[in-house]
Design a protein around this ligand. Structure first.
Ligand code: SAH
Ligand code: SF4
Ligand code: F3S
Length: 447
């Protein structure tokens, strides 16, 4: 590669899960600390970071088409941008990217991106570099302090996964489970709140497995961390995601009934309703143990909104087994959910299993599952009409004077009136749609 002038502007494009969004923000902060500024909307950047996801085939393929598009646009404009590929595709396919995409000068894995600035110095000199080391904890220690934030911010507390569900790449791309230290998290949460965050979502691929030592030297789990973060002045809302049914302990269930700041929402992926399929997936729960767990959460917090993830067409899944997934959906009544067609991932055990399900069958099952999930989501929103609740204002709506925010149950709600981004306002929910609710702003009550 040719040497080039140091970039003045950057763009970070994050795909995949919220942990990637968090990583993207931290990379942006590091570039900002170097005086590189975000490229203005609609303008080409001197440096593009593609922060990629490997979870499904489509997500991974996107990377190569994006690289092609960016370098073509660069050639047309007479100025090739520097391209860095970060995230889980970088981890899984670093050599392939370097071989297939000569326009890429940096490939950096999710646990190594604190080295991006050094790699950038080398890229400017015309060198190509790859770094896919995996000491996650070293990364957090090396990152500069938080610089920017939003009313609803993410905070990664745990990384990696030891569960090895047979379909999933995460244990390979993110490595083994590690918990970030308690004191670092309290410090980072305070920084986020000082910079304007009202809500923090604690993130981890398996967040309920977090544990650490508090300031008294006691080992605490996620519930203990949430309890202490709830005391941070100015932090009104706490959420966490994603949990695994195997790591939900009594303390966390109780926390939902006891801590006001912990929002009444739980994302707890189940994946399928058939015990045979769950076993083949190496999920450690059954449909029944999952339902009983949810009952305990609902007993602690009766207005809890539930969310989940589903995979249709796992190898060997029969029609009858798929119908067990539909039955589970009926039994739960999710407020929202994500559902996917099974995608064989290179190197995972399920990719080599017999009985791969034809695409048409998967399409049909996904459609039926999504129809059921959409029905339940609308029903949940309709049941919310008439509720009086707080909305955290996150952005402006489409029309002047319109604002968009989130209810405690993570529904999008919009309203008109005097407000500003970052406000927590009282509203009445007045009308439900499939994906959002309209709300009426209540006059502030004066004492
Ligand atoms: N750590 C979380 C999220 C993992 S990835 C958890 O365990 O729940 C998010 C979702 O992607 C998973 O819950 C699963 O539903 C889906 N997923 C993962 N691997 C997949 C694959 N190979 N094909 C289709 N969907 C997949
Ligand atoms: Fe993947 Fe399973 Fe770990 Fe979730 S728990 S990240 S689905 S291996
Ligand atoms: Fe995707 Fe990696 Fe997250 S594969 S879902 S970006 S952990």
């Amino acid at each position: 590669m040719k040497a080039t002038t140091p970039p003045k502007t950057y763009r970070v494009k994050s795909f995949g899960c919220q942990m990637n969004v968090y990583d993207g923000e931290r990379m942006a902060e590091m570039l900002g600390a170097r005086g590189i500024v975000p490229a203005p909307e609609g303008e080409d950047a001197d440096l593009v970071v593609l922060n990629t996801c490997h979870i499904r085939e489509k997500a991974a393929e996107k990377v190569y088409s994006d690289i092609g598009r960016i370098s073509k646009a660069g050639a047309a404009a007479g100025k090739q941008p520097l391209i860095a590929v970060a995230g889980c595709v970088a981890q899984a396919e670093s050599e392939e990217i370097m071989a297939r995409a000569p326009a890429v000068s940096m490939v950096v894995g999710p646990q190594a991106y604190h080295r991006l600035p050094d790699m950038l110095d080398r890229a400017v000199l015309g060198e190509r570099a790859t770094d896919t080391d995996m000491p996650a904890i070293a990364k957090f220690a090396a990152l500069p302090p938080r610089r920017r934030t939003a009313p609803a911010s993410f905070l990664t507390v745990q990384e990696g996964c030891d569960k090895f569900c047979t379909y999933c790449v995460v244990p390979y791309t993110r490595g083994a489970e590690i918990s970030r230290p308690y004191s670092d998290l309290v410090t980072e949460a305070r920084k986020l709140v000082e910079a304007g965050a009202k809500e923090i979502t604690l993130l981890g691929q398996n967040v309920s497995a977090w544990s650490g030592e508090n300031e008294h030297g006691h080992t605490v789990g996620l519930a203990g961390l949430i309890r202490d973060l709830a005391k941070v002045d100015g932090l009104a809302r706490i959420r966490y995601t994603t949990s695994h049914p195997a790591d939900m302990d009594d303390a966390l269930i109780a926390a939902h009934g006891e801590i006001d700041a912990l929002m009444p929402f739980l994302h707890l992926p189940v994946q399928a309703g058939s015990d045979r399929v769950l076993k083949a997936m190496n999920r450690s729960h059954t449909a029944d143990s999952y339902l009983r767990l949810l009952e305990r959460f609902r007993a602690a917090r009766p207005d809890l909104a539930l969310s989940g993830d589903f995979i249709v067409g796992f190898p060997g899944e029969t029609e009858a087994e798929f119908e067990e997934t539909l039955a589970l959906v009926d039994a739960v009544g999710y407020a929202q959910a994500f559902s996917f067609k099974y995608s064989p991932r290179p190197g995972t055990p399920a990719a080599a299993m017999d009985g791969q399900v034809p695409k048409e069958v998967m399409d049909d099952r996904l459609q039926r599952l999504q129809a059921a999930l959409n029905r339940d989501q609308l029903a949940f929103n309709q049941r919310s009409v008439g509720r009086r609740c707080e909305v955290l204002v996150e952005r402006k709506g489409k029309h002047p004077g319109q604002w968009l925010g989130k209810t405690p149950w993570l529904q999008s709600a919009w309203f008109e009136g005097a407000a500003a981004i970052g406000d927590l306002v009282q509203v009445d929910l007045v009308e439900a749609g499939p994906n959002s609710l309209s709300a009426r702003l209540r006059e502030p009550v004066t004492a």
